[in-house]
Write a protein that binds this ligand. Structure first.
Ligand code: ADP
Ligand code: MG
Length: 570
């Protein structure tokens, strides 16, 4: 080189940051530590929003939800071995839920790990991540960072979205290269999630099956919410005239109060429909695998299924009309195929659904008005239902057992992607990560309705919420335990029963410890006032809602999944 002429240099740290920014990935959810502490600092200095959590699992859940909300991979950043493993739970969860996410973990020296010589936090992370996510990559050389990040993005968002692991050994970060060559090595991913156009013959087949329906039903799943084809979906459902059900995270895609919503007549429509069109919903356990008692007479139904993943077809039952493609493209093509004089479904079907619906709505209304102390779930949820109705653009996060099952049915949603919950696994502990991501990604007020048990898995993140001053109001449905707070130790011994917590705990004081607002409420009216105030103030708030310890049922609506001892209780 010419003496006196300074060659501009870059390094691994900056190349990773530049690669993320080049692809519009401007937020990182993580926990700092060796070997990524400086990386986090530099990322923040370079304009990336870095949200530091107290535990990687919640940073990971946040990244997954960021992916669901934005269609861009959410980024989670962790340290090696234990931090990586904590994040891996969330990566597996994102993959299961079809949320695009990239877990980036620092790792220790390949040479030592591969010879198993006992490095600091030694672990073959790439091998461990591989079976739990969609794809896993490792970058060893600074000049491969651009390609590595591009591959991770494309793998996460194309086809069926999911989690990707990106392994970055400590030695990669300080590797130096010429800045100009570094710039050229970066890749801006063009069309990362290409449209997948359905075959015209598959569209015809689907329309034929739908045309023959006497009792059609449309089921919208969170894939439909993810697809952001809101207008097309609404137009298609309305033009078809069919009753629809929305899976929990699809709620609000069409307002739950829409005249065609069959949410309040769920069992009736599942049982009695003859043609069921699934849009971005899987026939997994959440839909009783498409068979059994819930679905009426065996062989009484034909399924039409729209999914981007061909292998989803016939996974549980025969699909009469598989429609493989992205939901936007499929639904647009179907909409066109409906034409201008698509017949409405037979009146007796619509009337039967409507009658059942009104019957159930009337029954429920009485329970929601109950203003008793201590509160039961219905009384408390009746108050929160009003809070959400008055703020349709707020985001509702929801987890727990009874708290989840009952809130899902009671709290109406009015807009797409406003309800975030336990997803495909029914996992507890996603609440705070989801709430943080929702606030960070959308800037909207967030209401997190949490069972006291569910909250226990992620409660320390209230500090994170206070630290970033996020507009999150947490309501703890505090019934003193898991499912119920009334169990006793059958031995009569001093240990508490296995499913109960400290009685009359004051979770609101946890929030106050970090400078947030706390409230303790015992009636639906108090609950309504405290939550309304919190939602309007935007101040981090935790409302401890005292619920009757005897009010819950074991495992909420999925008690049937508990194995029973044949020997019986001794
Ligand atoms: P729910 O639990 O709400 O029923 P699931 O997670 O079971 O929803 O199903 C979502 C489905 O949506 C998955 O099978 C996934 O492959 C599919 N999916 C996700 N995104 C798209 C998309 N853009 N186009 C088509 N299908 C999609
Ligand atoms: Mg509880």
């Amino acid at each position: 080189s010419v003496p006196g002429e300074e060659r501009e240099l870059t390094d691994g740290f900056h190349l990773i940051i530049d690669a993320l920014k080049l692809n519009g990935l401007n937020t990182i959810y993580g926990v700092p530590g060796i070997p990524i502490t400086d990386f986090g600092r530099m990322a923040q200095a370079e304009g990336i929003r870095v949200i530091s959590f107290r535990h990687e699992q919640h940073a990971g859940y946040a990244a997954g939800i960021a992916g669901f909300l934005t269609k861009k991979p959410g980024i989670c950043l962790t340290v090696s071995a234990p931090g990586f493993l904590n994040g891996l739970t969330a990566l597996a969860n994102a993959t299961t839920n079809c949320f695009p996410m990239i877990l980036i973990s620092g790792s220790s020296e390949r040479e030592i790990v591969d010879l198993q010589q006992g490095d600091y936090e030694e672990m073959d992370q790439l091998a461990i991540a591989k079976p739990l996510c969609k794809a896993a990559f490792r970058v060893l050389h600074a000049e491969d960072i651009g390609i590595g990040v591009a591959r991770a993005i494309r793998a996460a968002v194309s086809g069926r979205p999911g989690g990707v692991y990106l392994d970055l050994p400590a030695k990669l970060f300080p590797q130096v290269m010429e800045a100009e060559a570094g710039r050229k090595s970066l890749v801006k991913v063009i069309d990362p999630a290409p449209a997948q156009i359905p075959a015209p013959s598959a569209i015809e087949r689907a329309l034929d099956v739908l045309r023959g329906a006497k009792r059609p039903l449309i089921i919208l799943g969170k894939g439909a919410a993810y697809a952001q084809a809101d207008e097309e979906i609404r137009a298609f459902v309305e033009k078809s005239g069919a009753p629809f059900l929305q899976m929990s995270m699809a709620k609000g895609l069409l307002p739950d109060v829409h005249p065609q919503s069959a949410g309040a007549a769920r069992s009736t429509v599942l049982k009695n429909s003859d043609v069921v069109m699934l849009i971005g919903a899987r026939l997994n356990w959440l839909l009783s695998h498409g068979k059994g008692k819930a679905w009426g007479e065996p062989g009484s139904k034909q399924f039409i299924q729209i999914d981007i993943e061909p292998k989803e077809m016939d996974s549980n039952v025969e699909i009469a009309a598989p429609l493989v493609g992205d939901i936007g493209s499929c639904v647009s093509a179907l909409l066109e195929g409906l034409g201008d004089n698509w017949p409405m479904p037979p009146g007796d079907w619509i009337d039967a659904v409507e009658t059942k619906k009104q019957e159930n709505i009337t029954k429920m209304a009485l329970r929601l008005k109950k203003n008793s102390t201590p509160m039961d779930f219905h009384g408390a949820l009746g108050a929160l239902r009003t809070v959400v109705k008055e703020r349709p653009d707020a985001i509702l996060v929801n987890e727990g057992a009874n708290t989840l099952d009952l809130a899902r049915g009671i709290i109406d949603m009015y807009q797409p992607r406003k309800r975030l919950d336990v997803g495909t696994w029914g996992v507890m502990g996603v609440g705070m990560g989801s709430a943080i991501a929702a606030a960070v990604e959308t800037g909207k007020p967030v209401l997190a309705v949490e069972g006291d048990s569910a909250f226990g898995f992620c409660g320390m993140e209230v500090e994170t919420i206070c630290r970033y001053n996020l507009p999150v109001c947490i309501v703890i449905f505090n019934n003193n335990g898991i499912y119920r707070g009334t169990d006793v130790n059958s031995t009569g011994g001093a240990d508490a029963a296995t499913t109960v917590f400290v009685k009359d705990a004051r979770y609101d004081r946890m929030m106050e410890a970090f400078g947030g607002a706390g409230a303790n409420v015992t009636t639906p009216d108090e609950l309504y006032r405290a939550v309304s105030e919190a939602m309007d103030s935007g101040r981090p708030t935790l409302v401890n809602a005292v619920i009757d310890p005897a009010a819950g049922t074991e495992s909420g609506r999925i008690g049937n999944l508990n194995p029973q001892s044949v020997v019986g209780k001794k």
